[in-house]
Design a binder for this molecule. Structure first.
Ligand SMILES: [Cu+2]
Length: 145
């Protein structure tokens, strides 16, 4: 009986260490949120570096600070700038993807409290293999650089 338990513990430890190594290989940097006045949704920006040896796919995001979080992309269509929801963003091995104004962004709506410039807000990124990374986003006001 104790022998069986020991084997279960070893398997769990191996699974945990594989997932820790994986997390260290995916780097989220320069994460920030632009607040906008009058209930206009806030946009979240960052860079994600995929230092793993394989392609990763971002499939969603969530935050304890916002009730509704989506991945969006701003595109030009017929000279008009529009935002489209995105349900998967592939990041090839070794590459860096930028979320930036005018392109990919995290759309944050329904704040759970009065979020102010200068705060930091956690946003959890979800990947297709169920892997999750939580990053702290610096909150900037509408005209902050
Ligand atoms: Cu958007």
């Amino acid at each position: 009986m104790s022998h069986i338990n020991f084997r279960i513990v070893v398997v769990v430890l191996l699974a945990a260490s594989a997932s820790i190594a994986r997390a260290a290989d995916i780097e989220v940097k320069d994460a920030w949120i632009r607040l906008l006045p009058a209930g206009v949704p806030a946009g979240g920006y960052m860079t994600i570096h995929n230092g793993t040896g394989q392609s990763i796919v971002l499939t969603g995001a969530s935050s304890g600070a916002y009730g509704h979080v989506m991945l969006h992309r701003t595109v030009e269509q017929g000279g008009i700038s529009r935002m489209l929801p995105v349900d998967r963003i592939e990041i090839p091995a070794g590459s860096t993807l930028a979320f930036a104004p005018g392109g990919y962004h995290v759309m944050l709506t329904k704040p759970n409290y009065a979020i102010a410039a200068g705060e930091r807000v956690p946003v959890t990124l979800e990947f297709s293999d169920k892997h999750r990374i939580t990053a702290r986003f610096d909150v900037r006001g509408p005209s902050d650089k």
